[in-house]
Design a protein around this ligand. Structure first.
Ligand code: PDD
Length: 280
């Protein structure tokens, strides 16, 4: 693959970053994952806006303009002949001369930027036909999950715990209520109502979530943004997740209990269809 590192396009084997990079030493970096269907970016604008927000919240400087960022995304799609998959983007606070907890003046931060593509079948996913199984785990992440940082140790561990349990993912629970999946937003359906946690610092403000809720409203589906428990989810008619790398993905089992009929829900599948149609 050809990747982008600090202003240059290079083969991935030649890409280099400093061992003093703060993302490497302190997870001092933010990221975005934008999906690509048919060689085209899905909701670049949404991801660019969220990136800017993450950077602002952390007083981190963006080394490129939004137009430059779009151009880099497009260049990488072309250079790598990417038709379906995504682009990973990471901005770090940069690499100071040495390891230090305190960072220099934000204006002088030598922010670093890295992008790479990945190929993935997003439209035809086998897991959509079967649905996925999730376990619940305690949400012990920090309190600013609205910022998309590269601090992903606990979500990675959660995913591994799920695999060990023979499942696909984990839903995190705080004070008895589901926050979100390890790398996706969580939803249940009861009657014809879609229920998902309201936005706050407790969860990532998913770009796919925003689109799906908009499409749901346009299709006259009822949406309620509120907390729900694992017990309520297990007793729901349907459950699903959303993210840039899964779109809408049905959940059929939670902590060993079948959701609804134990097959992908009608409403989730309909939303997935609409999402893909609108994104093509
Ligand atoms: N994850 N919640 C968390 C904790 C996430 O990491 C993600 C995205 C989402 C969904 O956001 P969006 O719809 O904007 O992709 C929710 C990306 C895909 C990842 O880490 O690979």
């Amino acid at each position: 693959r050809t990747v982008y590192v600090n202003g240059e396009y290079v083969p991935e084997t030649e890409a280099k970053v400093s061992i003093f990079d703060r993302a490497f030493l302190m997870a001092d970096g933010v990221y975005e994952v934008t999906s690509v269907i048919d060689g085209k970016l899905v909701d670049f604008e949404g991801h660019a806006v969220r990136l800017e927000r993450s950077l602002n919240e952390l007083e981190m400087r963006n080394p490129v303009t939004k137009d430059e960022l779009l151009q880099i995304h497009r260049d990488l799609i072309e250079k790598n002949d990417l038709t379906e998959g995504g682009i990973y983007l990471q901005i770090t606070r940069g690499a100071p001369a040495d390891r230090d907890f305190a960072w220099p003046n934000p204006d002088e931060t030598p922010s670093g930027i890295v992008l790479f593509t990945f190929a993935k079948n997003l439209v035809e996913m086998p897991s959509v036909k079967t649905g996925i199984k999730v376990i619940s785990i305690e949400d012990i992440r920090w309190g600013r999950r609205d910022i998309k940082t590269v601090q992903l140790l606990y979500p990675s561990m959660g995913k591994m715990m799920a695999k060990k349990a023979g499942c696909d993912d984990a839903w995190m629970v705080e004070d008895g209520f589901v926050t979100e999946g390890t790398s996706n937003n969580a939803y249940i359906v009861k009657g014809n109502k879609i229920i998902t946690r309201a936005l706050s610092n407790d969860i990532l403000h998913g770009i796919t979530r925003a689109a799906v809720l908009r499409f749901a409203a346009e299709a006259q589906m009822e949406v309620e943004e509120r907390n729900f428990t694992i017990e309520e989810a297990q007793a729901a008619d349907e459950a699903f997740i959303t993210s840039a790398t899964t779109f809408v993905q049905p959940v059929v089992e939670i902590d060993g209990a079948q959701v609804g009929e134990g097959v992908p829900g009608k409403l989730a599948l309909r939303l997935r269809e609409i999402y893909i149609e609108e994104s093509m």
